[in-house]
Design a protein around this ligand. Structure first.
Ligand code: F6R
Length: 369
């Protein structure tokens, strides 16, 4: 059943181009419009929304963090992202004009389910992004957008995550479309860029041998740091989570801009630091700032592992290891930059002789609070 792979996780990583394509299938119209009739929320209600919450746990929460950047940019609606386990204990401000997007691969995560029930009690509209047909979370939600990743067996989420991110883009673009789009041209262009994602993911997967080799050289480390900025920040968090859960190595993700506010003190001779570099075309010169961060940590002894898009030459002088990903629009970049981090964590865990599919102390779906 592992289709020739040593682990389900490797198989599921390899399936990602297909999973992303299936999640887009039938949902992008010929004229660059979104076709999401399956999302059964009335257009009138969607037009009245003045706030979005995205609520989820673990890896799905990281997808939510990415959603915030995209949805706010495309719709100009404020978006808050919250851990499901914190959400309802905080007395969040919710009413009929709030859209709560809950994200859950399994559809059975108790923390997320309890958050959704709380949102419904407060009369918010709830849209689920889910991979498991007919599971509890979509059943109790007002509407559902299914990811079409197919069954995910490995405990660590990979194709589940990538398709959640894609589904979040669809929700953001759909909201923009329903409400009248500020950046109409940009949205139509993004729809074309979405169509290119499956091939981009496939391209990343073709060049993973150096990442596996690098992983083998990292298997004895005690700690790894992950830096990112803008949508690269949630990618850094996701890379760190994958490493913790699979390899049992301490790992932390940071917003690169926060480094100088304390965490840079962690950098020591040889500390491996993975940096997710934003596209050189991203807004507000974040690219240049991240390049400076790489320079800073390297000057303090870090061994730098840099993920940057093809053609970005600025990073070359400061990268001890350079992992290339295809050129992708800024907001969509997580779909390609996450993949090497999945492979890295998987290979480090395998090198350490660990059970990649069944990490200790973890269950695939967490049905207790
Ligand atoms: C990490 C992982 C978990 C899940 C989290 C939520 O690899 O898989 O962090 O993402 O437990 O699970 P779902 O998406 O099923 O609600």
């Amino acid at each position: 059943e592992k289709g020739g792979y040593d682990w389900f996780m490797l198989k599921e990583i390899a399936e990602q181009p297909r999973a992303v394509a299936d999640t887009l299938l039938g949902r992008l119209g010929e004229a660059g419009e979104l076709v999401l009739d399956e999302v059964r929320l009335s257009y009138e209600d969607l037009r009245g929304i003045d706030k979005v919450f995205v609520v989820a746990c673990g890896t799905a929460y990281h997808a939510g963090l990415i959603a915030k950047y995209a949805i706010e940019h495309w719709t100009r609606i404020p978006v808050e992202v919250e851990l499901a386990s914190e959400f309802r204990y905080r007395d969040p401000v919710l009413d009929r004009s709030t859209l709560v997007v809950v994200i859950s691969q399994s559809g059975e995560t108790m923390d997320t389910l309890m958050a959704l029930r709380h949102a419904k009690e407060q009369k918010a509209q709830v849209l689920a992004i889910c991979n498991a047909n007919g599971s509890t979370i979509p059943r109790e939600s007002d509407a559902v957008l299914y990811t079409h990743a197919g069954p995910e067996v490995a405990v660590a989420s990979t194709k589940g995550f990538l398709t959640q991110v894609v589904a979040c883009y669809l929700v953001g673009l759909f909201l923009a479309q329903v409400r009248g789009v500020k950046y109409a041209d940009e949205v139509a262009a993004i729809v074309e860029d979405l169509r290119a994602l499956p091939d981009a993911v496939a391209t990343v997967l073709e060049s993973m041998e150096p990442v596996r080799e690098l992983a083998r050289s990292l298997a004895g480390e005690n700690t790894l740091l992950f830096l990112g900025r803008h949508v690269g920040y949630p990618v850094a968090l996701e890379g760190a989570l994958k490493l913790k859960e699979l390899a049992y190595i301490h790992a932390e993700g940071f917003a690169a801009g926060e480094l100088k506010h304390g965490s840079i003190a962690l950098i020591d001779q040889g500390t491996p630091v993975v940096v997710v570099v934003p596209s050189p075309r991203s807004r507000g010169s974040v690219h240049g700032k991240v390049v400076s961060n790489i320079q800073e940590v390297r000057a303090r002894g870090a061994r730098t592992i840099v993920i940057a898009e093809e053609g970005d030459e600025d990073v070359v002088p400061y990268a001890d290891h350079l992992i290339r990903v295809p050129r992708t629009p800024t907001l969509l970049a997580p779909v390609v930059t996450t993949v090497p981090l999945q492979v890295l964590a998987c290979e480090i865990a395998a090198t350490r002789g660990l059970d990649v599919d069944q990490p200790r102390n973890l269950a695939k779906s967490v049905t207790v609070e």
